[in-house]
Design a protein around this ligand. Structure first.
Ligand SMILES: NC(=O)c1ccc[n+]([C@@H]2O[C@H](COP(=O)([O-])OP(=O)(O)OC[C@H]3O[C@@H](n4cnc5c(N)ncnc54)[C@H](O)[C@@H]3O)[C@@H](O)[C@H]2O)c1
Length: 330
């Protein structure tokens, strides 16, 4: 057997449990610790995977000495936990948003570079097979020159944290997906709204141009229902149109010169019983797999922290655009 990585997870909420499972099941990783300031939460995730739980981050880093750490705390604690893990010599995979603040992400990137450690962003949506397939169509020249990207990402989040929380917390995923498919975003024009009863903005519409010259639109919301599909992406090219349904549900390619659509859907029951590529949690496991291979094999990380920085710059430009009412450079 090749090298095995010792892995730990900080923050044992919903995402911490998914990351812990990802390392637990990974053939080249061994889970060595789960840390949460809430001891019961740490214990409940740790007991599922048979590892030690901690309530003190420093103690876990010193005792378990992980090679790689996933940061799954709420975003307000990402900076301090990322820096502590890097300082202890661990590679770090950080949940989105790495920070709502460009300067914090730059600080994290500089710290990782100083320690010569990998710092990855957990943009799991684009690790779904559906997004990877779309990239294959684009890379194979089958879509042609990209003319437009349309995306919506809408979920139900009742929390009222701060004025731009919806944009900052959710749409790193959206701008990252749009950049993944069509490259850098050059300019944005953002509109935000809130329905009656909301204190802060919970809906957005963002028009944009890509550096390539393509155009795009994003619709986002925290006011929809989690009972229904949450995401749809459409890529229009000079040769074909791709439609990516609900992160994992499937991909359709409509070639301009063919009356038949090509549909790619995941086959069920091809992995662990009851788990298929339809499973959203598997997108996180694919992200973890890529990060583990980056560390062990020295492969380039497909989603380094620099991509989180780029997506955050688009979010900040959208806020500036909304406040000024003007089209704004990213
Ligand atoms: N990639 C995705 O699809 C996706 C989906 C949902 C949430 N997220 C992100 O994942 C992160 C976690 O979200 P969640 O829904 O799991 O939150 P959660 O509230 O369920 O869990 C967060 C946990 O972190 C713990 N924590 C907070 N500060 C800590 C610290 N300093 N040290 C140790 N533990 C600490 C809390 O006690 C809590 O148990 C957030 O950044 C969120 O935006 C990502």
């Amino acid at each position: 057997m090749g090298a095995m990585l010792k892995a730990a997870v900080i923050g044992a909420g919903r995402m911490g449990g998914i990351h812990a499972n990802g390392y637990f099941r990974h053939p080249r990783a061994r889970l060595v610790g789960i840390c949460d300031v809430d001891g019961q939460r740490a214990q409940s995730v740790a007991s599922l995977t048979g590892v030690e739980s901690f309530t003190n981050l420093g103690q876990m880093l010193e005792t378990a000495r992980p090679d790689v750490v996933s940061i799954c705390t709420d975003a307000a604690h990402h900076l301090e936990t990322v820096l502590a893990a890097l300082e202890a010599g661990a590679h770090v995979l950080c949940e989105k948003p790495m920070s709502g603040n460009v300067a914090d992400i730059q600080t994290m990137i500089e710290a990782a570079a100083r320690k010569r450690l990998q710092l990855g962003a957990s943009f799991n949506h684009r690790f779904a097979r559906v997004a990877q397939k779309a990239r294959e169509y684009i890379d194979g020249g089958e879509v042609g020159e990209i003319c437009f990207v349309n995306m919506w990402l809408t979920i139900a989040v009742a929390a009222e944290v701060s004025e731009y929380f919806h944009l900052r917390s959710l749409h790193g995923h959206s701008f990252d997906m749009m950049r993944y498919l069509a490259g850098d975003i050059a300019k944005v024009h953002g509109f935000l709204s809130k329905p009656a009863g909301r204190t802060y903005y919970s809906n957005c519409a963002v028009g944009m141009t890509f550096k390539s010259g393509a155009v795009g639109t994003l619709i986002g919301s925290y006011d929809m229902s989690n009972l229904h599909p949450m995401e749809r992406v459409e890529v229009g090219g000079t040769k074909a149109r791709l439609v990516l349904e609900n992160v994992t549900a499937g991909l359709t390619c409509y070639r301009h010169n063919c009356e038949q659509a090509e549909v790619w859907i995941p086959s069920n029951y091809t992995r662990h019983v009851g788990q298929s590529e339809y499973d959203f949690n598997l997108t996180v496991e694919h992200r973890i797999d890529a990060f583990v291979r980056t560390i062990i094999d020295g492969a380039a990380d497909p989603a380094p922290a620099e991509h989180a920085l780029a997506a955050t710059r688009v979010i900040e430009a959208t806020i500036r655009s909304f406040e000024s009412g003007c089209v704004t450079d990213v």
